[in-house]
Design a binder for this molecule. Sequence first.
Ligand SMILES: Nc1nc2c(ncn2[C@@H]2O[C@H](COP(=O)(O)OP(=O)(O)OP(=O)(O)O)[C@@H](O)[C@H]2O)c(=O)[nH]1
Length: 223
Amino acid sequence: MRTSLFCFVGFQCRYKEDKNKPKRKMVPVKILILGSQKTGKTALCVRFMTKRFIGDYDNKKDVTYRCSRMVDQETVEVEILDIPCKENSVSLLESSILWADGFLLLYSITQRLSFLEIPGLKRLIDQTKKSLVVPTVLVGNKADLEIGREVTTEEGQKLAEDLRCSFKELSVAEAVLAVEAAVIQLIRMVLDQQRPLPDRRSYMLTVRHALTRKLTRSKTMQW
Ligand SMILES: Nc1nc2c(ncn2[C@@H]2O[C@H](COP(=O)(O)OP(=O)(O)OP(=O)(O)O)[C@@H](O)[C@H]2O)c(=O)[nH]1
């Protein structure tokens, strides 16, 4: 069963107050968080939504977390789907992957096995999406547990490069801002990919016109 948690924070409330202003469209961004068991997937979602770290999580069901955030002047309606690891059958994974726009791939720096499972998950994402440019952030969690470290930061960075992902090493338990930064970075990657092609084309045309004008002006000056 899929459950939804609604979380109304920050900008959404301020947005509602100003009734006279024309309402801007919300941009939906759907994120799927994947990783081995007990890597901190639910903890990360709860941290992002509520800023809290509770320490103990009920992970029996799929949960879709929802909130709205302001990202680069856009009001983004964020949905994060958290699937309990043991239910990860390939067909369930594939339908969740098709649903999502961007991916958080989580491993624990204290659990080498969780790191070794990342390439397989990324392969499944790329194959299901039929694309090699899928917005993805690789997150090495539990950086506060240095004493039990089994994966170095350099290994994380190297894997992210190989898999064409962004990379963050952080502690969901201790670093609320780092969690926020990781998710916002992924949202930006998704928004960038969703930007309609004409926008990108018109940007390129503007650049071309500016260059042509500059060239013409410098030629005129030479004469
Ligand atoms: N020390 C430390 N513990 C963490 C951190 N993040 C999560 N944990 C703990 O790791 C355990 C697992 O966290 P969950 O969020 O339940 O992990 P999960 O990946 O959702 O687990 P499954 O859904 O069962 O796969 C919990 O006891 C958390 O308190 C962290 O950054 N540091």
